[in-house]
Structure formats: structure tokens, C-alpha cells
Design a protein around this ligand. Structure first.
Ligand code: WT7
Length: 658
């Protein structure tokens, strides 16, 4: 490092606040700090600003209907179609030739769709689904990786008013079956396979295995041929090749179905405290208005932009900020199939340079990996097209923030650290890039119109500097409406903790810990439930635990998250072998396999530690905090309240030698 570089690094390391660059502010969509007061004084009507970004078939009568709290309804009486809003209206406005999706496969092939072309593809596939019998309100499961057919299928479903349920392609066969069963979904779109680090992965065999676990009849399965000759499959009787099938409907037009604002747009399953994944229900009007609004205000998107969110569409980030938000605004959205280090570690920067990406949105785990690989990789490319950077999914440490700021943004791009959840539909806590000072490590203030607070166990706001819990004390348009077929769990998971039913005060509890500073900036500390965040992916420890205790030879198990340099958190399993079993390599492998089978490779344990006992309190509860400390290599606190303090040293010693 040169002397000059070293001085720069030192300055950056100490700097705690960053102003948005003048060049950014000059062109930003939102620059008036008065927006916070405007929204507050005019709440909930302020949200009309979001609804105004959409084209309505029928205008709404009421912005917020809170007659049956906390089952809030937004823009009631309004009617619209999400696919019309993401496609037709841009074509009608003369943007048929603007690129909508620019896709790049891992092997380097590209496919690009203008708004006009995407509309045609979507209509054809909507006609196809209708031909297969899909009707309004039927849930269609999409088990697809990052290929263009995924957004095409989502928008085709939206066009018909058939809610989609996208299952992340990396999830296991079991996970697919659980989700199809829970949603009673009779239709499935999948593919033969896809590429990962150059290898062809077999997805259809996994799909077929999953279908064996589906407890109801599945009428039709559409199979996209992604791999061509790289993998040969024979299709079962109810399985149809995507290309052959759509050829039958080529050129057919399908009128977008007018949906009630509160009609379901999609379901997205996510992990919670207990074993069963939760089916988060999002509706058409509020969700689309909210994602369009936040894409405009926070990601600063304009129709002319080339924008790239590197998430997978199989998670909420991809739904909201690859597909619905950007396309509702008529922006060009980049989509990449593969991993960031294939064929080399500069793959993403090569894409940014070639496509002239203006706005880039990724996860802290990716930034930590880039950092580890070194700044030589981005330096090989001209990244000067970038004007704004974003992160999402987990807390970002100031060092990673600053690396991103310097080496990717060249100190000329603001960074938005956006806190939100599957349940919130869109961003909730973040700076507005053209308005606020940035503080690395802190997401920022709640967005205008969002009443997020940091409170203590009694729900009282904590003082600056104190740790507490995030709550959201007013509803917002992008919020989940309920858990699919499970209003009771919706109430108990999110509203029970802090609401005062008698006083008719309803408070949403996201289950995150946080701190707040004197300027009202919120620093998220992480989940306070049994959910861990591995590489920005939310995993329920109970789900993993139940997979492990299902293994023959394992009597009891505890699963916790431990700190990990790149992944943020990693999965650690502590298990007690049954009497006649050895905690040996074979048992470890079976435990690992059980996790892969029930969830998928993202949940693969970092380590499985066998122990004759788990540390327990006198009342018999497993001391997870202690196991987390052991996994993270932290100093171990007081163990005297344990019934069996001696096991702690045994386990810790084992972890060190592993
Ligand atoms: C959990 C939600 C939001 C889309 C991706 C994840 C954590 C999310 C941040 C952030 C700190 C964050 C929270 C949250 N999280 N964004 N900017 N800073 N933590 O969605 O799978 O529903 O997970 O991710 O813990 O509760 P999700």
C-alpha cells in the first residue's frame, strides 16, 4: 500500500458520518428533508403518493381501512393488475423497446427482453397456464432458479390473478413438498436443472422427489429445459416441456384480470421460531405501491436506469426489488444466474462495467466475500457508471461498509443500508440517499410514514445508546396481511408481544434487537428469536433441530448460530448420540445429510459436535446462549446456574480441536 493509500485508509477508518455526494443529490428523486414531516402530518393519506405511482383500473375509496385491527386493508375499493402495471402500461407509454430484463447465465450466455417482448412472453405463458386450467386465486408454485422464466411465470400468474408461491431453487425436495402442501397448490413450474460453478445441477430429480411428498393431486407440472443436452430427463405423464407447451399458445393475448387491491398477489414462505415455515401473504395494491415507492425513493430508480439487485428471486428481496418494484417503475433490471466467483472473482464487476449498471443492491455477506478476495478484482473494471449502492439482509459492519464505499463506489456513491423483512414487503428503516447523512453500521431512521421504534420489554422507547427491540407502531401499505390460512399464528407471532388489545393499540413486533442514537438512527443488532441469519438467509433453528433429531442414533440436539467471518452467522449442531451409538464421522455425515434433505445446502452445518450432555439450566432448558458463545469462540460467561456446568468445558475443548 502506498503512503497516500495508507493515509486514506486511516482517514476512512475513523470517519463515522458521510454526507451524500453533491453529484448524487443534484439528480436524486427525493431531496427534500421536509418529506418526513409531510408524511407524519398527513398520515395515512401520505401513502397516496405511493399509490399514485400505479395505474388503477378502479380508483380506491379509502387509503387505510383499520376497522378490523390488525387485519389492516389498504387502498380498499381499488382495482388493478400487477402485470399490467409492470408491463402493458410502459408499452402503451411508448417504452416497448426499453429493456426490461437483461439476463446473464453463468456460462456467459445472455437473454434480453424489452418491455414489449416481456409482455409477449408473459401473455403467452399466462395463456398456457390458463390452458392448463389455472384460474383466478389458484396458487401456482414456482420452483425455479434465476432464469428468465421465473419472472415471466410470476407476472403470468399475476396477470391471471393466480397467486404465486416461489420456492427457492436451493431448497430441498422436502421443503418443496411442505410448501405445496401448506398452500394446497396444484400447479408447479420447475426446470430440468441449472448451472453452479460450471456444473449442471439436476433440479428435476429433486422436484420429483418432492412431488412424492405432496399430499394432494398435482394437475400439471411445467418443466423448463434450461440444460438442453447437458442433462437428459424423461418427463412423467403430467409433466410438460415449457417450450413445446408455450408454442401451442404463441401469440395469444390475455387480458389482465382486475384484482381487488386486497386480493393476494403472492405467498412467500419464511422461517420462524417453530418448525413449520410461515406462508406470508402479500396483496396486490399495497405491496405493489410500497415496492414501487421504495424503489423510487430509496433506490432512486428512474426508467432510464440499469439496475442490478444480486439477490435470488426465490427470496423476498428478489420479488420486491428485482421484479415488482423496478418493473413497476419501468426500469431495466439485470438478472444473473450464477455465483460471484465464477469463472473468476471479478464476475460481478465485469457485469457492472459491461451493462453500465447505475444502481447496485447486494448483501453484506457478499461484500465481506469481496473484501476477502481483495480490491484487485473491482480495480480491473471501470465501475464509474455506478451512482448508488445498497445492502440488505443482515447487519453490515462499518469495515465492510467502508470497503464497499471506497472500492466499489469510489467514495462517490451513497450507500443505503436497508432494514426490512419478508413480512414487511419492502424497506422500512434506511436513509434516503439524497437526504440523509450516512452512518456506517446503522441502517438509519425509519422511512417517512413508517413508525418504527426501539423499545424495552414494556414497550417504552429506550434512551439513545440503550439496546432494545424494534417495533412498528403504525401499519404500512407493504405489510403482510396474514399468514396463509393461519390468522391465529399471524396474531401470536407478530402482534401479541406489544399490542394492548383493550386500548386498541396494535404494535407489530419484527423480532429484531436494536439500538437508537440521538439522531434517531437505528442500528439493528439481529434476531431475538430462534432464527439465524446465514449469508442473509433466514433459517429457523427449530427446523434444523427437528431434522437432526430425526436421525437414527441421535437422541437430542441443539442448533445455534455462531459468528462467521463471511456468512455472518453459521449453523452449529450440538448433539447427544443414543446409547448404542458413537458420535463418529458416520453419524456426523448422517446429521449433515438430514439437514440437506430437509432444508437444503444453505443450512449445512459448519460443525456437528457430539457430546454426552447439553448444558441445561436447573429447570431443564438448554442454554443456547452458551452454545452460541462456544460456537463463536467468545469468552464464556457465568455457568454456575447450570445443572451440569462440567459439560461446557468438554464441549468447548472439543470445538477447539475439531
Ligand atoms: C431479517 C429478515 C429483507 C430482505 C432480506 C431478508 C435481517 C434484514 C437488515 C439490515 C440488519 C437486517 C433482520 C430481519 N435484516 N435487513 N439492513 N440490517 N439486519 O429478509 O429473510 O425476511 O429476514 O433479516 O434480522 O428481521 P428475511
Amino acid at each position: 500500500m502506498s503512503q497516500e493509500d495508507a493515509t486514506l485508509e486511516a482517514r476512512l477508518a475513523e470517519q463515522e458520518a458521510f454526507e451524500p455526494p453533491e453529484s448524487f443529490v443534484e439528480q436524486a428523486n427525493v431531496t427534500d428533508p421536509g418529506i418526513y414531516d409531510e408524511f407524519e402530518e398527513n398520515w395515512p393519506e401520505c401513502w397516496e403518493r405511493a399509490a399514485d405511482l400505479l395505474s388503477w383500473d378502479e380508483s380506491y375509496d379509502t387509503v387505510l381501512d383499520d376497522g378490523n385491527e390488525p387485519f389492516y386493508e389498504w387502498f380498499t375499493g381499488g382495482e388493478l393488475n400487477a402485470s399490467y402495471n409492470c408491463l402493458d402500461r410502459h408499452v402503451e407509454d411508448g417504452a416497448a423497446d426499453r429493456e426490461a430484463i437483461k439476463w446473464e447465465g453463468e456460462l456467459g450466455e445472455t437473454r434480453s427482453y424489452t418491455y414489449g417482448e416481456l409482455l409477449e412472453e408473459v401473455e403467452t405463458f399466462a395463456a398456457t397456464l390458463r390452458g392448463l386450467g389455472v384460474e383466478e386465486d389458484d396458487v401456482v408454485t414456482l420452483y425455479l432458479p434465476m432464469i428468465p422464466e421465473l419472472p415471466i411465470a410470476m407476472l403470468a400468474c399475476a396477470r391471471l390473478g393466480a397467486p404465486h408461491s416461489v420456492v427457492f431453487a436451493g431448497f430441498s425436495a422436502d421443503a418443496l413438498a411442505t410448501r405445496m402442501n401448506s398452500a394446497d397448490s396444484e400447479y408447479l413450474v420447475t426446470c430440468d436443472g441449472y448451472y453452479r460453478r460450471g456444473d449442471a445441477l439436476d433440479h428435476l430429480s429433486k422436484t420429483n422427489e418432492g412431488l412424492e411428498g405432496v399430499d394432494h393431486e398435482v394437475s400439471d407440472v411445467v418443466v423448463v429445459d434450461r440444460l438442453g443436452d447437458d442433462l437428459d430427463h424423461s418427463l412423467a405423464d403430467n409433466q410438460r416441456d415449457y417450450d413445446e407447451l408455450v408454442a401451442e399458445y404463441d401469440g395469444e393475448s390475455v387480458e389482465p384480470v382486475s384484482r381487488d387491491a386486497e386480493d393476494m398477489l403472492f405467498l412467500m414462505y419464511t422461517s420462524g421460531t417453530t418448525g413449520q415455515p410461515k406462508g406470508v401473504k402479500h396483496t396486490t395494491g399495497g405491496y405493489l405501491a410500497y415496492t414501487a415507492w421504495t424503489s423510487r425513493a430509496v433506490l432512486d430508480l428512474e426508467p432510464e436506469d440499469t439496475y442490478w439487485c444480486s439477490a435470488d428471486i426465490g427470496w423476498i428481496t428478489g420479488h420486491s426489488y428485482i421484479v415488482y418494484g423496478p418493473l413497476a417503475l419501468g426500469t431495466t433490471s439485470v438478472m444473473y444466474e450464477g455465483t460471484p466467483d465464477y469463472p473468476d472473482k471479478d464476475r460481478l464487476w465485469e457485469i457492472v462495467e459491461r451493462e453500465g449498471v447505475d444502481v447496485f443492491y447486494t448483501a453484506p455477506t457478499a461484500i465481506r466475500a469481496f473484501m476477502k478476495w481483495g480490491s484487485d478484482y473491482p480495480e480491473q473494471h471501470d465501475l464509474s457508471s455506478l451512482r448508488l449502492l445498497g445492502t440488505v439482509g443482515e447487519p453490515i459492519n462499518p469495515r465492510a461498509w467502508k470497503w464497499y464505499y471506497k472500492h466499489i463506489g469510489d467514495e462517490e456513491c451513497p450507500i443505503v443500508d436497508t432494514w426490512w423483512q419478508t413480512e414487511t414487503g419492502g424497506m422500512m428503516i434506511t436513509t434516503l440517499p439524497g437526504v440523509n447523512t450516512m452512518k456506517p453500521g446503522s441502517a438509519g431512521p425509519p422511512l417517512p410514514g413508517v413508525d418504527a421504534r426501539v423499545v424495552d420489554a414494556q414497550g417504552e422507547e429506550v434512551d439513545a445508546g440503550q439496546a432494545g427491540y424494534v417495533t412498528v407502531n403504525k401499519p404500512w401499505p407493504g405489510m403482510l396481511r396474514t399468514l396463509y390460512n393461519n390468522d391465529e399464528r399471524f396474531l401470536s407471532e407478530y402482534w401479541q408481544e406489544y399490542s394492548d388489545e383493550d386500548a386498541d393499540e396494535w404494535v407489530y413486533f419484527p423480532e429484531d434487537g436494536a439500538k437508537i442514537d440521538d439522531d434517531g438512527y437505528i442500528t439493528i443488532l439481529g434476531r431475538v428469536d430462534d432464527v439465524i441469519n446465514v449469508s442473509g438467509h433466514r433459517l429457523g433453528t427449530m427446523e434444523i433441530e427437528s431434522a437432526v433429531v430425526g436421525v437414527d442414533g441421535i437422541a437430542e440436539a441443539a442448533v445455534v448460530g455462531g459468528d462467521h467471518e463471511v456468512k455472518g452467522e453459521a449453523v452449529y449442531v450440538y448433539a447427544i448420540p443414543e446409547d448404542d451409538y458413537e458420535g463418529d464421522a458416520e453419524l456426523e455425515e448422517r446429521a449433515m445429510d438430514a439437514v440437506l434433505d430437509s432444508i437444503g445446502p444453505i443450512a449445512k452445518p459448519e460443525d456437528v459436535v457430539f457430546t454426552p450432555e447439553l448444558p441445561k439450566t436447573r429447570s431443564g432448558k438448554i442454554m443456547r446462549r452458551l452454545l452460541e458463545d462456544i460456537a463463536s469462540g467468545n469468552e464464556l460467561g457465568n455457568t454456575s446456574t447450570l445443572r451440569n456446568p462440567e459439560v461446557v468445558d468438554d464441549i468447548a475443548a472439543q470445538v477447539e480441536t475439531d
